[in-house]
Ligand binder design. Sequence first.
Ligand code: ATP
Length: 713
Amino acid sequence: MRPPLSYHSNMRHRMIPRRLLFPADFQLPPRTSSSAKHSKTEPQTAYDAWLESRQMPGQPGVFLVPGAPRPLTWANVRLALFITQTCTTEFLAVLWRLNPLRTTLMMSLNIVRSLFPAFRGYSQALIVDELQTLIASESFTWSRLLYLVSTEVFRRVVEGCLDAFAASNETVVLGSARFYIEYKQMEQRVRLDVPTMADPTVRSLLQESDLFARSFTGGGFGMLSPLEFIHVFSLMTEICSHLFLIASLTRGMSHIGILLLSVFSTLLPVFLSWFTCSRDQAESPTSTKEARAADRQERLRNLAYSDAHRPEIALFGLGDWILKSWSSARKFVLASEQPLYARNMSVLDQFNLNELLSAVQNIPLLLVFQSSTTSLGSLTVYRSSIRSVVYAFGNLVTTIKMGFQGVFLMSAFTASTKLRPKLNPRHEDTVHYTPVPGGVDICAKNLSYTYPGCNEPALKNVNFTLEAGEMLAIVGYNGSGKSTLAKLLLRIVDYDKGSLLVNGVDIRRYNPAEYHSHLSAIFQGFSKFSSTVKENIGVGNVEKIGYKPAIETAVRLAEAENLVKSLPNGLKTMLETPGHEAISYPGMLSPEDTRHRHGLSGGEWQRIALARAFMRANEPGVDFLLFDEPTSALDAHAQNQIFDTLEKISRTPSGDRLKTIIFITHRLSTARRADKVAMMENGTITEFGTHEELIKKNGAYASLYRALDPAVE
Ligand SMILES: Nc1ncnc2c1ncn2[C@@H]1O[C@H](COP(=O)(O)OP(=O)(O)OP(=O)(O)O)[C@@H](O)[C@H]1O
């Protein structure tokens, strides 16, 4: 058995297996999907089945765009059955557990309600029969008729009450189901990391999972929901109850004649529409081109609607271009929809065969009635039951077809809940983060990283070592890889080659969430939340978001006190963000809501971002600060104050370093404040040392520095 990993660094090396003794050699196994192994045989998981169902028929390696209906092929039927077996029961069990009593009640009431039509028909037949007998025997009385009608009214009132109760119960059940699905959706989004979300297959999976969740919105389970199975069940009960009624009323050949003619007249249009739908479906797999056009049309529409983009649209004169591009995308989408319209407008659809056959059907019915002893009531119920069976059967076919598509969306939902964030190490490889006195020590050897879908690495053979508590400035030209290196150090993405040790352990062996709790950072393109100043700052340490003194300290450290004081509502001021999307969705926010938002300048936003980072940077457990261009928009005075603050919070009162600091900067005047400077060019560190050493070296750093201050020799 594998010995457990110790959390103490001195024990760790003794206890971990031989293979892991040299973390530099440690390689995570490639996370190949099980589908790769089994795609051509039987699917093993919901994910495998989902992936296989997306294969474009006859085009290996080509996949349907997310949301495209699956063609009705034997292979897909087999996959749908597999998904139903593996996920439906599990999924329904989860939903049932949310509200066991109400869900059971909903199912029972659905079945009871499905018996109503047959009862209704039977009761109406009884009234007609009674009336027929009364008239025939010439003993008609108004009181008797009133009694019959009030019995029917009473039956309908009871039916109505039950319907109302069932509907309100269903609303509660659906509400909790919808909440559960939406919660799971949100959970997936916040749980998944950058590399996982960069995977195009994962993105498609999540899109289909979203479609599944959307089928729960609105009043019912939605047209695509596999929970249509309840509907299927009640339709089957309805059909059975009608069949029972028909069987009890069928006597002799004349009835069989009516039966056959009624079945034929009602089934034919159903089959015709089914046939038309199957043709639609065979041609419906949305092509990538159509999907792209639909996407482009929506993006351009949003661009035209968005107030946030209006100044640039005006400045660059984009109006005509937007209209032209939208028109061509829209025309393409409309053209691809046209065959469908054309079919729907076909002569066949215009010709109401059903009505014609119903009229023809009345002829034998009349003949039978003339020549038989059958009562008018039983004949009425007989015919209406046949119609109901056929109608319910048509509904059943439609529901099953919808359910067939819904099953694949459900497999996407189920599979997405099981997605594992790519950055999370396997349990047996995980090492708990152990703080080292004075900050983190970092050792990068031949570090390389290529962005997904790119051919050229953004980082190649990066080497450097940083002792605990040192301050490093990373400088270099645009696009030289500084922010990419920051992403690796922050474990937003994982490196491809080489090794990166933090406190002597391969960074990939730390759980990202645990690692992140020991550091604070500012990203170059930091987030600007459409919320209050307080929340924009407080998110830096959510545990203290409601603790005013902590927010005020962060504001002070970021030299943002005057800024907050100048705002109309201080910390409670709502901030306006670029690309504030609420404007794109009319009706979501009233003009009053948007009017109170306060805009900030670039430098002011940077102070908010600094305060956010200081919310956490000031905490005792945080021993690594990585700031990407923290003062790029600040004036020289403010910049110096921020670096003084950094110095202050990263040292003990006696002057010993507590935290390791890395900052990226284009302002070389700030770089000289660091213990070490790393000069980056073309994705690698070309010079590394103290400011004085690099100036003396007279290389790229020195020439950059001289460009800033020609007085330097
Ligand atoms: N998400 C991405 N996908 C693909 N390539 C990217 C991505 N982000 C950055 N790159 C590429 O990686 C290289 C390094 O980019 P990086 O942002 O690290 O540079 P930088 O040194 O921080 O630049 P700057 O000084 O302009 O901020 C660039 O060539 C860039 O085009």
